[in-house]
Design a protein around this ligand. Sequence first.
Ligand SMILES: [Zn+2]
Length: 358
Amino acid sequence: MKKIILILVIFSFACNAQTVDSLFKIKGFCIAAPQPEELNRFISFMENELALNGFNTLVLRVDYNYQYESYPNLSNQNALSKDEVKLLITSAKKNNINVIPQINLLGHQSWAGSMGNLLKEYPEFDETPSVKLPEVYKWPNNEGLYCKSYCPLHPGVHEIIFALVDEIMGVYEATAFHAGMDEVFYIGMDECPRCNNKDKAELFAGEVKKIHDHLAKNNQELWIWGDRLLDGESTGLGIWEASANNTFHAIDKIPKDVVICDWHYDKAEATAPCFTIKGFKVITCPWNKADVTRAQLEMTEFFLLNSNPVLSEKYLGVMQTIWSSVTDFLDLYYSAEGDNELSGPVNSFKEMISYFKE
Ligand SMILES: [Zn+2]
């Protein structure tokens, strides 16, 4: 009898593990695309850590780290070649990892004191040409400068960015594209002759729709970060994890098949249902606090187990986000030094691995 009970207990654990494992359609990891000199180490990490721990989705922030043929003037000096990307993709395919390339569109066109390649090469796309980048960047500042945006109504911008999008979608053999679109502070600015007095939610939604429709022509899916679609004031989420400039009304104006990456880093904010009840698929994204990560995993599991089939299928899973360089992340991950103030993302990632194993 004892033997039967023991077998039943083991069987029930096994079933439970399998249920949790198969519940999450997406077990994702998001990081910058590696520099050419880090490619081999990154591929080894992908094979030995991501794949072996069940991760099946990799968002790679490519931006200008590719030797573009359409607009070579936009490539970083040190950028991945087509052959190098092919090496990465061959390994990803062999390990059942779906790679989704990202180029930051609309916002994040500068960082602190340095301009991104698009506005460096095409300053006429700048939504706020009067705002000069400071030598020493500080937040807050008088101009409300976090990152520059391009003007979504400039007649020349889409021809260029869509050429880049099509090129990396081709070389990465990807079926989904991540457009970023987070933390857009500069939109519909008074100084822009095309956007001033326009509704910011309409402008944001218009840009999402334009990118979505471009991808849809090739049966490709659009992923974006979710923060601009949440109301920062009524939710108490503030100006980073949510919007303080009215873009949140765009949640009712964009196509429902855009996949929302819902990031929250300080608390496991229960915002995923805000998206699923509107018809969107959602992925919950932690960063650097292992306890928050665990709460987000448990919460996602709770939503999956306690929702009806229509809603349940919209909770796609979770994605660890890493915001340091690949080199810094891998150094920390493989370092024997243990905990320090920088190891939050590594601990969060490890928490995710152990959760999946439980
Ligand atoms: Zn504009």
